[in-house]
Design a protein. Structure first.
Ligand code: AMP
Ligand code: FES
Ligand code: ZN
Length: 292
């Protein structure tokens, strides 16, 4: 097998192209850099918070951003899940060491919370609220300009698929690679891996010796994105389909700027469209379920 670009020995295949190590890494880093500049996500002077989960996507993203010369700090949220979170944290610490970036760990336990079903909300949905809230809080309190997550084209098309089936326009509106914000205490969110495939991130992480957490979250089966990834692949397994479909969506969906008016959560003061933010509402419910 020869690399399509330089003729050296190929080690990986994606998008119908055989890549050698060097050509693949050049392609990968250029894709990340081009996505950041095309969507004006941030620049080399920005203070960038990279949310790292222990998985390959966010590890590869942080590694690539550091290599490209961005000013990054890693943030990991320890989710207080027994038999899972401590093992993931160990891996995240190793990743941070290899990447050579500072790591901050936010512990859910500090808020008296843990991931579990709360009312009609499955654990994974509750976990999502916790993560989004704590990422934004940390970024605001430490004057970051932007929060980066390792969402990939596989994640974004899975969200898109699920949102289209229920005609969830609010979710569709959030699926751009960059979500700016003019709301006080609500940080912009960037997804520099929006045009990269899961398998490309996994390969980049492997090439760079990044350890990946192999512990499985016990609530994995309640994850909507995993389910929709599988469903979408059953409909069309081609990588080219996912890449094309997302671009068609970006070119044609009537994206609108956030029109809802935000107020301050009456409990914590962070922005919300209701009187209390989802985090504080879940926290209250949680305390109610815990009380005998
Ligand atoms: P997931 O929702 O697990 O697919 O993760 C999507 C992205 O959210 C990851 O690529 C990370 O950037 C971020 N993320 C997920 N879990 C955590 C966590 N525990 N701590 C920090 N960031 C996370
Ligand atoms: Fe959030 Fe599994 S990591 S529920
Ligand atoms: Zn609140």
């Amino acid at each position: 097998m020869q690399c399509k670009l330089c003729g050296r020995e190929a080690v990986f295949k994606s998008r119908g192209i055989r890549w050698c190590r060097d050509c693949f890494e050049k392609f990968y880093l250029k894709k990340v850099e081009d996505t950041i500049s095309k969507y004006r996500m941030f620049n080399k002077d920005s203070k960038v918070c990279v949310a790292v989960s222990g998985g390959e996507d966010s590890a590869a993203l942080a590694h690539a951003l550091k290599r490209l010369g961005y000013n990054i700090t890693l943030l990991h949220i320890h989710l207080n899940i027994e038999g899972y979170s401590d093992q993931v944290l160990e891996i995240v610490e190793k990743q941070a060491e290899i990447i050579g970036a500072p790591l901050h760990v936010e512990y859910l336990e500090k808020y008296g919370l843990k991931v579990q079903r709360v009312g009609y909300r499955p654990p994974c949905a509750v976990c999502g609220v916790f993560k989004r809230y704590l990422m934004n809080k940390f970024a605001c309190e430490n004057n970051f300009d932007v929060i980066c997550t390792g969402h990939t084209i596989d994640d974004l098309t899975a969200f898109l698929f699920s949102a289209i089936l229920t005609w969830d326009i609010d979710t569709m509106n959030k699926l751009r690679p960059f979500q700016p914000s003019s709301v006080e205490n609500l940080k912009p969110k960037a997804k520099p891996l929006a045009f990269l495939l899961d398998k490309e991130n996994a390969f980049y992480a492997k090439l760079n010796g990044l350890p990946i957490a192999d512990a499985k979250c016990p609530f994995e089966l309640t994850s909507k994105v995993k389910l929709y990834k599988k469903r979408l692949r059953r409909i069309d397994p081609r990588e080219s389909f996912r890449l094309r479909w997302y671009k068609v969506f970006l070119n044609n969906f009537p994206f609108r700027e956030e029109s809802r008016s935000f107020k301050k959560c009456m409990v914590c003061g962070f922005p919300t469209v209701a009187d209390k933010c989802s985090f504080c509402r879940i926290k209250e419910l949680f305390q109610r379920y815990q009380t005998p």
